[in-house]
Write a new protein. Structure first.
Length: 514
């Protein structure tokens, strides 16, 4: 194979010498032998630069022979009449050899520089791509692509330990034609994993294997195994290529370790947040559920006692108290269930084109008992466009905002509701005349279990969180501002349907059958 590749270079070297000789004959003839020598040496330089060291040596020898045969007496003969020409031939050949050798060194330096540039570029591309990825599968796909591009003619597979058994490997990524069921190379991969040393094809350990298998290590410990299945065209034969492969393995191992550590950190943070959420839930719910349960139990026990008051007014007061506390308990449980749905991603938004006036009216009807004694003013323009929303969910948002206003404002204080169209959205404001929201609470008031003002009947701090979840699920936004003159204004905005969006609209009363 090497001879077949070298033969064109030798033939080209001979052709260049022939061309140089012809040009010297035409231009200088047999008069200016110094110029002839320079032209022949120029041909040797061209051959050395273009075709390498071996063809340049052949060109040097042929140049001396051509100089003797065509330009030195006796012409057309290899005989030498003047012994001084022998020195000329020797010096000419020596100069040609030195030129060939220097040109070869320059070619080698240039080739090494290109090789270093290629290695640096490939390492940079690999580190750039894998460094930006945050999950295992895309990282392995990117790493395999780079290995195939740089080393050519290889198929790639990655093996990682099982989640349930760190000593057992499983194939997590593989090109076609790599591992198969009951493959003996899987045993080689297990050996590499245990011993943390390379093995397989091209190594001193288990060289009969089809694959070259390397351990992938991070800064801390082993993380995976890389298997390469080379073909005849694969570039893995030189020490430089092996060193580059080892560097690739180190970069991939470090990137995998980073992702695994990040996954562990996320898992630990999730467990910590879950524990904090559980503790917060227990501490909040234990008090807020205990109070209404105690009142309901006390009221019903009083009614069931033999010596309980028999007059209708007292009995009605006890029943009314039990009913109100049961409703409060129902709201607490409903909020907990709604929060669970939001956290689990089970909240489904079924949008229809609805009249916001009807949704506000329905919410006010459901809150009639809680709002008794307050001046509630609802301002909704008659030309307000229909909004794509889930009426039940948005009604719940309004109920939660109204409940929040009744909890944290003085009894009898007014509540204003206003809706308006603004910048492609419909904005709804619920304003009260309570203590307002401080600047420190503005960013936290929608967090789970956060209560800006602690007071009896304040709830578990989930109502506003549920409002944010529902509004966000509609593609909207929610926020709070201080109200001029005192109090707070809770705003939420829902996007209006854009042109081309189609939503079903519920029938009006006149459209209902019957």
């Amino acid at each position: 194979m090497n001879r077949e590749r070298a033969l064109p270079g030798y033939l080209a070297g001979a052709a260049v010498v022939g061309a140089s000789t012809l040009m010297a004959w035409i231009v200088f003839g047999r008069v200016e032998l110094t110029d002839v020598t320079m032209l022949l040496l120029l041909g040797v330089v061209v051959v050395a630069m273009r075709f390498g060291y071996g063809p340049s040596l052949l060109a040097a020898a042929l140049s001396v022979v051509a100089f003797d045969f065509f330009f030195v007496r006796p012409y057309w003969s290899f005989a030498v009449s003047d012994p001084r020409h022998i020195v000329t031939f020797a010096v000419m050949f020596l100069v040609a050899v030195v030129i060939s050798h220097l040109t070869k060194r320059i070619r080698d330096h240039a080739e090494h520089a290109r090789e270093r540039e290629r290695r640096t570029a490939s390492l940079y591309a690999l580190s750039r791509d894998v460094g930006a990825l945050q999950s295992t599968k895309p990282l392995l796909e990117a790493a395999a692509r780079h290995v195939r591009e740089v080393f050519g003619g290889v198929k790639v597979a990655f093996l990682m330990p099982r989640h349930d058994d760190r000593d057992a490997l499983e194939v997590v990524y593989a090109d076609d034609g790599t591992f198969i069921a009951n493959d003996t190379d899987l045993g080689v991969a297990d050996w590499v994993w245990v011993n943390e040393r390379s093995a397989g094809a091209g190594t001193a350990t288990l060289p009969t294997s089809r694959a070259m298998i390397l351990p992938l290590k991070g800064a801390g410990a082993r993380v995976a195994v890389l298997a390469l299945f080379p073909s005849e065209s694969a570039m893995l034969g030189t020490a430089e290529e092996r060193q580059l492969l080892e560097t690739f393995a180190g970069l991939i191992g470090s990137a995998l370790e980073r992702i695994l550590l990040a996954d562990e950190a996320r898992g630990a943070r999730l467990r910590m947040e879950t524990e904090q959420l559980r503790n917060a839930l227990l501490s909040s719910v234990s008090h807020d559920l205990k109070t209404p349960l105690a009142v309901v139990t006390g009221a019903t026990s009083a009614l069931l006692e033999e010596g309980a008051p028999k007059d209708e007014v007292t009995r009605r007061e006890l029943i009314q108290t039990a009913h109100e506390e049961a409703q409060r308990l129902n709201r607490l449980v409903r909020n907990l269930l709604d929060m669970t749905r939001l956290e689990a991603g089970a909240l489904k938004v079924n949008k229809n084109l609805e009249s916001l006036e009807e949704v506000v009216g329905s919410a006010l009807n459901r809150m009639e008992d809680r709002l008794r004694g307050r001046d509630v003013k609802a301002t909704i323009p008659v030309d307000l466009p229909l909004v794509a929303l889930d009426a039940a969910l948005v009604e719940q948002v309004l109920i939660n905002l109204l409940e929040n206003a009744t909890k944290y404002t003085p009894e009898g204080s007014p509540i204003d509701i206003e809706a308006k169209e603004k910048d492609g959205e419909v904005e709804v404001d619920v304003a009260d005349r309570g203590p307002g929201v401080s600047a420190a609470d503005v960013d936290r008031i929608f967090e789970k279990f956060y209560r800006a003002h602690e007071r009896e009947g304040g709830g578990v701090g989930l109502g506003l969180t549920i409002c944010r979840g529902v509004v966000t699920a509609h593609g909207g936004r929610i926020w709070v501002d201080a109200r001029p003159g005192g109090g707070a204004v809770f705003h939420f905005a829902l996007p209006l349907p854009s042109e081309g969006e189609a939503y079903p609209s519920l029938p009006t009363e006149s459209e209902h059958p019957g």
